[in-house]
Design a protein around this ligand. Structure first.
Ligand SMILES: Nc1nc2c(ncn2[C@@H]2O[C@H](COP(=O)(O)OP(=O)(O)O)[C@@H](O)[C@H]2O)c(=O)[nH]1
Ligand SMILES: [Mg+2]
Length: 306
């Protein structure tokens, strides 16, 4: 479990780990699992953004299994395992098309970290030897196309774009054509940030979805919803709303490094059911990691410095 990657995850989770230390600290000292202890544990889990439903479940199980017993390492390990169980299995990674380009659509509200996550993902896939193209379908803001162009230049991947204001579905169409003709392995489609309350923009998302599915069999093979970890429980609401419009297949949880609310990942999984596929742990191109639930929970309970 040690090693560079674990250190990176731990570092990315610094703020959330500070919150979780309030939980970990409960298991030291001489006391019993009683009403008072359970109330404290409940409060700490709640403060850690684990969510009310999951918190209530964990408290009930601890009560059943350990009431009147001494608080010790076994109770701590039990709680840790309960949290681990709330998350999905280790990510299977990306579901690729058997033949032809794999299309990954990226959705999420403005500022959640879509474009940055696309750049990081493109960089990761290119370094695995894949030929990657990105589509600048956020045509609402000139800066968005510009931003993706700069990233594509830095990474050295292809980009399909049109002028600001053009039809995002048309850009998606071109990008699919190019990906097929030039035999790209992966096409990643950026989309305009939309509030889940903006019906017309949600329609746009459906339209892009329809265009790529017509162009490439089985596309989009993945639809990743980017959620900003700093928004905590609001991320849960966003995920619920987006799922009503397009079939999402996974979550990229961005900005974990800047968030004390990383515990929301438990509520997200429980309420939304989607697996977290990747986590964003910084603003640099290499700061995107496949989500490993074992390492994640281990990091939250690890109080050592490095
Ligand atoms: N610290 C940190 N910042 C991030 C991360 N991902 C994105 N950002 C920042 O969040 C801001 C918005 O990102 P952007 O990709 O433009 O969001 P978009 O509007 O959804 O495309 C930018 O300043 C990014 O640098 C992350 O994992 N960690
Ligand atoms: Mg963007």
């Amino acid at each position: 479990m040690l090693g560079r990657l674990f250190s990176k995850i731990k570092k990315g989770l610094t703020k959330t780990r500070n919150v979780f230390s309030g939980i970990v600290d409960l298991f030291t000292g001489n006391h019993r699992v009683d009403k008072e202890f359970l109330a404290k544990l409940e409060e700490q889990l709640y403060l850690a953004d684990v969510g009310t439903v999951a918190t209530a479940e964990i408290i009930e199980r601890v009560r059943k299994g350990f009431l009147d017993k001494e608080v010790g390492e076994d109770v701590k390990l039990f709680v840790r395992q309960e949290l681990r169980n709330l998350l999905a299995d280790p990510s299977e990674g990306i579901h690729y098309a058997p033949v032809g380009p794999t299309v990954i659509m990226i959705a999420g509200v403005n500022g959640s970290g879509k474009t940055t996550s696309i750049a990081k993902l493109a960089f990761r896939l290119q370094s695995e030897g894949k030929k990657v193209c990105v589509a600048a379908c956020d045509t609402y803001r000139a800066a968005a196309v510009e931003q993706l162009t700069v990233w594509a230049g830095r990474i050295g991947c292809d980009i399909v774009k049109q002028q600001q204001g053009s039809d995002p579905a048309a850009v998606a169409h071109d990008a699919c054509e190019k990906s097929k003709a030039r035999e790209f392995d992966v096409l990643i489609v950026d989309t305009a940030g939309r509030l889940h309350t903006q019906t017309h923009l949600m329609r746009e998302l459906e339209k892009i979805h329809k265009v790529v599915s017509r162009q490439i069999p089985g596309a989009p093979h993945e639809v990743f919803l980017v959620l900003d970890a700093t928004t905590g429980q609001n991320a849960v609401l966003q995920a619920e709303a987006f799922r009503k419009t397009v079939k999402c297949t996974g979550i990229i949880l961005s900005k974990l490094d800047g968030s004390a609310k990383g515990g929301a990942i438990f509520a997200i999984k429980q309420r939304v059911g989607l697996p977290v596929k990747f986590i964003g742990v910084g603003e640099q191109i290499e700061d995107l990691e496949p989500f490993d639930p074992d390492a994640f929970v281990a990091a939250l309970f690890d109080k050592s410095e490095d």
